[in-house]
Design a protein around this ligand. Sequence first.
Ligand code: ASP
Length: 304
Amino acid sequence: MVIAIHGGAGTILKSEMSAEKESAYKHALQTSLNKGFSILAKKGTAIDAVAAAIQVLEDSPLFNAGKGAVFNAEGKHEMDASIMNGRDLSAGAVSGIRNVRNPITLAKAIMEKSEHVFLTGEGAEIFAKQHHLEFEDDSYFYDENRYQQWQKINATDAFQLDHTSEKKFGTVGAVALDSFGNLAAGTSTGGMTNKKYGRVGDSPIIGAGTYANNNTCAISCTGHGELFIRSVVAYDISCLMEYKGMSLKDACLLVVHEKLLKIKGEGGLIAIDRNGNIELPFNSEGMYRGWQNVAGGAVEIYGN
Ligand code: ASP
């Protein structure tokens, strides 16, 4: 049994973090890990552990997903999410949804209760209503810091990957291996501040931001989505293992520190293989991350 989570990668520097903020982030990450791992410990499934761990992060204002989702160019919150079960390669995904409290729950409902994989916008919201998922008013997603960050950039024509003028990606994700040998992965995001034209990143795209296969690994990504889509990051790691016989570690190294860097793809990912090995590689300054197995666990923020 293993679980790993992330709360985004990017320019995360110790010099810019107050002790208070750091402990708030660590606390949220630990709460998410505890939630997910307790499900695994009770003989729950990897897919349930992943969804529950992500839900905790979506409910926190600290991360760019669910409650903490960034503002788009119209001052609204449009969210994307996906989830995949490595047991049977079933998957669910949503993009551009508004007011749904937990996008990961909607992705999971699409996977389990529809004959489709990917629903978008209003249609996805109708499906969510039909399945009695929780909705929230716009005010629930309002955060003063995110608003100020959007106001600054809204006057320009730029778009931005989460807060500050530096690059920071606050997407959340989880991967898990349960006691039955099943792998699962999920990712949830508000996308990019001031995004327009219905922009969608890698997070809801199966194979790019999320992938799980019991024969290889479970992956959830965070970073500059356009580059992650072009690199088909999550599936590439699985393929390197499946077709080239690479270890999880070598596949992650190649994709994150060579292939992505070659096209200036900044970010990172969390990964678990079918033997319970964990890799948390990133090519940015930091990545909010944590892992737990029966032997122990850790939450970390900065690079080495
Ligand atoms: N990958 C996400 C996106 O491009 C951003 C993030 O990781 O924070 O939408």
